[in-house]
Design a protein around this ligand. Structure first.
Ligand SMILES: Cc1cc2nc3c(=O)[nH]c(=O)nc-3n(C[C@H](O)[C@H](O)[C@H](O)COP(=O)(O)OP(=O)(O)OC[C@H]3O[C@@H](n4cnc5c(N)ncnc54)[C@H](O)[C@@H]3O)c2cc1C
Length: 241
């Protein structure tokens, strides 16, 4: 395993917990989405699950230093200490690892920084924006939010993206938005959402995770156009365009 460098040292300072995951199974879901089932090396015995929970995986890089990339836990079986990691496939170290993963392969992981507390009292509805990299997190959120409507805006690139399973309930509305103008189409869809939903924008909860530039723009929309306070917004850039 390559050295984790200064990122590893900083995580140590923050008391990150390290684990070794072992691949149990790997399967394609579409031509651009790969599922890898792993056992957690004790992760689920030591940490309580929360919606959108994510870990930092350490990938070997040809230049020697390990690269960390974040991935979300899906379909966890706490008793068995097993869960699935789902990979949106593009050209990158994580994607290459996921496509080549075989039962018995191992990968190092650190847990630090993952947290989500659902709002209480509940909002009038959730506006959730993301893409297929954040679909695992969005699905875990939809499983957790209970009796509140969710209006989900999902950016797609490949035709097959729109066939991916979204765990929406009958009360939810899912809108697929083609990635256009480097993500601006998604930002526009989120901007128009309160008018389409027909509620006071300031009573909503805004959650967004997509490319870092679009995520910043959506955060601004939540703050300035919706008028949401900090406590009603959770956004995180998931990848650098
Ligand atoms: C908290 C958190 C949770 C995450 N959970 C997941 C998850 O469950 N599943 C998942 O697939 N991703 C998830 N991501 C995003 C993932 O960490 C990034 O996409 C990461 O960059 C992938 O690493 P890579 O080695 O494949 O590509 P990199 O080496 O980082 O990038 C290689 C090239 O691919 C481009 N690229 C990177 N990611 C994407 C993308 N998603 N779409 C299009 N182009 C891209 C980059 O711009 C670059 O040009 C999460 C991110 C965060 C912050």
């Amino acid at each position: 395993m390559a050295k984790k460098g200064w990122e590893g040292a900083v995580l140590k300072l923050y008391r990150a917990k390290d684990y070794t995951f072992t691949v149990l199974d790997a399967e394609p879901v579409t031509d651009h989405f790969q599922r890898v089932r792993v056992s957690g090396g004790g992760l689920l015995a030591h940490h309580e699950l929360h919606p959108t929970m994510w870990v930092r995986l350490w990938f070997d890089h040809p230049e020697g230093k390990a690269h960390q990339r974040a991935f979300t836990l899906v379909d966890a079986d706490v008793a068995a200490d097993e869960f699935t990691l789902e990979f949106a496939i593009h050209d990158g170290v994580a994607s290459r690892w996921a496509l080549a993963a075989q039962p018995g392969d191992t990968i190092e992981a650190s847990l630090q920084g993952s947290a989500l507390t659902l709002p209480s009292p509940a909002p009038s509805a959730y506006v959730i924006a993301g893409d297929i990299a954040s679909l695992p997190a969005i699905n875990s959120l939809l499983d957790a939010i209970g009796d509140v409507d969710a209006h989900v805006y999902l950016e797609w690139v490949h035709e097959s993206d729109r066939t991916l399973p979204v765990r929406s309930r009958s009360r939810d509305r899912v809108t697929w938005v083609a990635r256009e103008r480097s993500g601006e189409a998604l930002v526009e869809a989120v901007t128009k959402a309160p008018g389409e939903i027909g509620v006071d924008a300031s009573s909503l909860y805004g959650w967004a995770a997509c490319d870092a530039v679009s995520t910043r723009a959506i955060t601004k929309v939540f703050k300035e156009t919706y008028g949401l306070p900090k406590g009603s917004i959770k956004t995180l850039g998931y990848w650098q365009p």
